[in-house]
Design a binder for this molecule. Structure first.
Ligand SMILES: CC(=O)SCCNC(=O)CCNC(=O)[C@H](O)C(C)(C)COP(=O)(O)OP(=O)(O)OC[C@H]1O[C@@H](n2cnc3c(N)ncnc32)[C@H](O)[C@@H]1OP(=O)(O)O
Length: 210
């Protein structure tokens, strides 16, 4: 499969600031930008910046960002599922994982996550992919948002649901380990039915127990 990446961009007004939402960005362009210190939900900012540059260089990797001038304030990543997770067992070259979405505390609650996803899925190439995301509550920033676990889950459903990602059942043990965790998926319009079936078989691997 050829992973087509069509760059696009738009401007978003937020509290008097004009942010540029753009992507998929090239590794060179991303490396040349500064990374906000508030982007520390997953790793220290320097390491996360480096990780995003590496993802942008992958054939299937897609990074969408929101920036104020040279300063990256938010990002979302898409890449093949982690080889250690069950989703990679499907061996589908049209299965992407929305691995991380993060918005700096400076600009949260202003629609930036939804704007990045809208731009990501405005690329018609996304209709060729199944995109999954796994929501694990231990990745959530309760202190930074002031949300409780179910409030946070609601925000994640709104964010992901804004681009048609829907909750799907699975027997994945990590997801099943807490009721707030969940799997959300978007199946592109051109994904062949046999690939959806392959994905469904990966979602349930312990049918024996049912
Ligand atoms: C796969 C993963 O990456 S899981 C981990 C997700 N990432 C994180 O938890 C990192 C830390 N958190 C963040 O970066 C941000 O808080 C995010 C990504 C969860 C949300 O980003 P934001 O840009 O603030 O979200 P956005 O402004 O687009 O809001 C989306 C919706 O949630 C609501 N919302 C956002 N924050 C809050 C809040 N603190 N309280 C109540 N509602 C909220 C918004 O009002 C909006 O609702 P609407 O659709 O009804 O208009």
């Amino acid at each position: 499969m050829i992973h087509v990446k069509r760059y696009s961009s738009c401007e978003v007004e937020l509290n008097g600031r004009k942010l540029t939402v753009e992507g998929p960005v090239t590794p060179e362009a991303l490396a040349a930008l500064r990374f906000d210190e508030g982007l520390k939900a997953f790793r220290i900012p320097e390491l996360q910046h480096q990780a995003l540059v590496e993802i942008a260089a992958l054939p299937e990797g897609r990074i969408i960002i929101a920036r104020d001038g040279e300063l990256v304030l938010a990002y979302v990543t898409f890449l093949f599922p982690d080889p250690l997770e069950r989703w990679s067992q499907a061996k589908l070259d049209n299965l992407l994982e929305l691995g991380a979405i993060e918005v700096s505390p400076q600009v949260r609650g202003g629609g930036i996550s939804k704007a990045m996803l809208r731009l990501a899925f405005s690329d018609d190439a996304m209709e060729d992919y199944i995109v999954l995301t796994t929501e694990y509550y231990w990745h959530w920033d309760f202190a930074g948002t002031g949300l409780d676990i179910w409030g946070y889950r609601k925000v994640m459903e709104k964010v992901m649901g804004s681009v048609g990602m829907v909750w799907m059942a699975t027997d994945d043990p990590e997801i099943c380990s807490h009721p707030a965790n969940c799997l959300m998926v978007r199946v592109g319009k051109r994904v062949p039915p046999e690939d959806v079936e392959t994905f469904d078989r990966i979602r349930f691997q312990n049918r024996f127990f049912y």
